[in-house]
Design a binder for this molecule. Sequence first.
Ligand code: 5GP
Length: 237
Amino acid sequence: MQKREELYRGKAKTVYYTDDNDKLILEFRNDTSAFDGEKIEQLDRKGEVNNKFNHFIMTKLEVAGIATQVEALLSDNDSLVKKLDMIPVECVVRNVAAGSLVRRLGVTEGELLDPPVFEFFLKNDALHDPMVNDYHIVSFGWATEAQISDMKRLTFAVNNVLKALFDEAGMLLVDYKLEFGIDGNGALVLGDEFTPDGCRLWDKETRKKMDKDRFRQGLGSVVETYIEVAGRLGLKL
Ligand code: 5GP
């Protein structure tokens, strides 16, 4: 499948039309951004690593019965995906307190959250992705109540699969962000990506940060650590 016209250029991925109306190509670039695009750097091999990592994780989720948009790995940086009408909210599940939760509520980083916490954020860089709740989402027509309920159910289903996967590989899935869209049949499908750019992973023993916080906090060895995460899961990059 060939890339045609560009549909959308995000901070780390570019989306292209294809000759098939129902399919798009996602190109994972080396661009790495943080703080709503205020800090941007090119990290060698990051696009390739995230493309392959995303394909690996989405395949695990498909096997577990969770519908994803991923169709095929096309090349180092490109994946073929189903075209979705994306819902403009981010679904976050937190197993351990970190990041914006610590800043907002003054809780201690590393505190276990049992049961896990679910949060919605509006995708809007200019507004710094504000937190929203179910009422905002329905009122403004971003999704229906049924879709909200499905997004929560599926985001927790992903937690069950991935928490175990990372645990077996010696890592703690601290939190992560998912995005969903509607396919041509009206079904809710997991879109966007699951990579160390959109989750927090800590080494279980040492609590070493193995995700995009290495970039946000200037800890170095960003791509090398993503490759280590993949290697622990059995994906050689
Ligand atoms: P926080 O709200 O603590 O900043 O983020 C919670 C989790 O969602 C983290 O794993 C973080 O990486 C992910 N996340 C939240 N917003 C974004 C975003 O706009 N882009 C990406 N890539 N990840 C995000």
